[in-house]
Design a protein. Structure first.
Length: 315
């Protein structure tokens, strides 16, 4: 948002340029009020995951409004098959790395499996650890009404997550689209309204049909974002590795690849390995120089002469 304008004023919304058009040092910090007003103005919010310093730096420079340090790190970074094995100790250092890189985006720490289910006290304690490690908010999966209320009452901004909830995929029968029937939509809407009343500040809907997600978004006052939930919600989240072509296990239907960074990096590594083996790299442009007088001193040393002569014989 342009700091010279009152970016939360609907009257200037049409005058506000894209965040990517504003130099990072001139951007205002995105807050929960910014996100709420974007919903009121019907301005789409852009969300992406990031798990380390370089990823967060790139996302922030691109003008992304919300960065989520997701428990999807288990699959994208640690090589797990699911998010279930991820622990608090895995998440927190990555949150700190993202915080160090980020200048203006709103950051959300994803509470991993069993970091909040045990009790309200346990949930609040772990949510607080995310805030201490630089996050602006935490994300809690499922209709955890009591947990969300307790965390919110502790003064912490909370994002809820409904629809397909990977941490409880077994109860859902696997990775299945949710909200495909009127009854399912009514259940999700009821959960969303109760979470809103409990103090949830914004909500993520995953793997929900476009019309179902749009209907739910229209019934809530808080921002509703989608990951595989169509274009009728208030913003979009995509996993960083999915959108740049750095995840190969599978590609979800809702994912659009904006580049094939994985192939580009692999090709570069293949070329590097080939040049090293052929003696092409390093070349003269990659060598450090030594002053002639210092080289003469080295060459005057019999041990150095022996090394040079040995090198000539082998080449």
């Amino acid at each position: 948002m342009n700091p010279k304008l009152n970016s939360d004023d609907p009257a200037v919304s049409c005058m506000t340029p894209a965040r990517a058009d504003i130099p990072p040092e001139e951007r205002s910090k995105v807050t929960i009020l910014t996100l709420q007003n974007q919903k009121k103005r019907k301005d789409k919010t852009v969300l992406v995951t990031a798990y380390d310093y370089p990823q967060a730096l790139l996302a922030d420079r691109a003008g992304i409004e919300v960065i989520i340090v997701g428990d999807s790190i288990g699959m994208t970074t640690f090589g797990y098959k699911t998010t279930i094995p991820v622990k608090m100790e895995d998440m927190l250092p990555h949150c700190t790395a993202v915080w160090r890189a980020n200048k203006s985006a709103f950051t959300v720490g994803d509470m991993p499996f069993m970091s909040y289910q045990e009790s309200n006290e346990h949930a609040v304690r772990n949510a607080g650890r995310f805030i201490v490690h630089g996050m602006d908010a935490v994300k809690v999966e499922g209709a955890m009404i009591d947990r969300v209320k307790a965390i919110s009452q502790a003064g912490i901004v909370v994002m809820s997550h409904l629809g397909l909830t990977p941490q409880t995929r077994a109860k859902l029968g696997g990775y299945r689209v949710q909200g495909k029937t009127k009854e399912q939509v009514e259940v999700i809407l009821d959960q969303a309204l109760r979470l809103q009343d409990a103090g949830c500040n914004f909500l993520l809907l995953e793997a929900v049909p476009r019309e179902s997600a749009g209907y739910i978004a229209s019934k809530l006052e808080i921002p509703i974002y989608g990951i595989g939930a169509g274009d009728l919600v208030d913003g979009q989240l995509v996993i960083f590795q999915d959108l740049i072509g750095m995840f190969w296990e599978f590609k979800s239907k809702f994912v659009k690849r904006y580049c094939e960074a994985g192939k580009l990096i692999q090709d570069a590594l293949t070329q590097y390995a080939s040049e090293v083996r052929k003696g092409v790299f390093p070349g003269p442009d990659n060598f450090y120089e030594i002053k002639d007088e210092e080289l003469e001193k080295l060459l005057a040393d019999d041990r150095w002469k022996y090394v040079l002569e040995k090198e000539k014989k082998t080449t």
